[in-house]
Design a protein around this ligand. Structure first.
Ligand code: TMP
Length: 215
């Protein structure tokens, strides 16, 4: 049996990583085999790409260079972790995937990158494969950024390269995620993330049971 690939998406500080961990625990308690992973940085080499991408000066590379590096990370992630785990029948929960590239590098940068470049990179790196489900955690940019900077204040090396972009970038990428959901309603579900952790977890479980049945 092939496993399920579920991606968690949203802007900075939307709570998706916390929700991913809670769903992982829930599924494991139900006896499922789960792999929790992330982009960028879900593989050993990908961790080096993550470092390049999320730390340092926000202007150290442009959107096209970013897209290429995120796709290099994605290719490593698919071939070394996601596809092998799915083949073993595991649930793979990924903290971000290709919708982040469209939201950040395309919408966030106000469409400075050709959408066709991103579509071609997807074809090359991922082919026809798609997530079984994508949950988009929607939250006002100002609330998410405040959470994200609070979390980063305790980090030695701050992963705030994108957070430090102007607020307009974050408004655009939020709108981008909502556009993606509109274009692919059968794959994407948008949840209002302005809730308590527990209430949002219940919303996630509702989506999972509706899509995949009672586990
Ligand atoms: P994280 O902090 O949610 O782990 O995500 C890492 C950062 O990388 C975050 O600022 C979003 C950004 N990102 C992109 O800009 N494009 C992408 O394709 C991915 C996967 C992440």
């Amino acid at each position: 049996m092939e496993g399920k690939f579920i991606t968690f998406e949203g802007g900075e500080g939307c709570g998706k990583s916390t929700q991913l961990a809670l769903l992982q625990k829930y599924l494991e308690n139900k006896g499922q085999d789960v792999v929790a992973t992330k982009e960028p940085g879900g593989t050993e080499l990908g961790a080096e790409l993550r470092h390049m991408l999320v730390t340092g000066d926000k202007d150290k590379m442009d959107a096209t260079a970013e897209a290429l590096l995120y796709y290099a990370d994605r290719r490593l992630h698919m071939t070394q972790k996601v596809w092998p785990s799915l083949k073993e029948g595991k649930w793979v929960l990924s903290d971000r995937f290709a919708d982040s590239t469209v939201a950040y590098q395309y919408y966030g940068y106000n469409k400075k990158v050709e959408k066709s470049l991103l579509d071609n990179l997807y074809k090359i790196a991922v082919g026809d494969f798609k997530p079984d489900l994508t949950i988009i955690f929607d939250l006002e940019a100002e609330i998410g950024l405040a959470r994200s900077f609070a979390k980063a204040s305790g980090m030695v090396e701050k992963e705030t390269r994108h957070e430090s972009r102007e607020i307009e970038f974050h408004h655009l990428l939020r709108h981008g995620f909502l556009e993606i959901a509109k274009q692919e309603p059968e794959r994407c579900i948008v949840l209002n993330a302005n809730k308590t952790i527990e209430d949002l977890h219940q919303d996630v479980l509702k989506v999972i049971t509706e899509r995949f049945g009672i586990l």
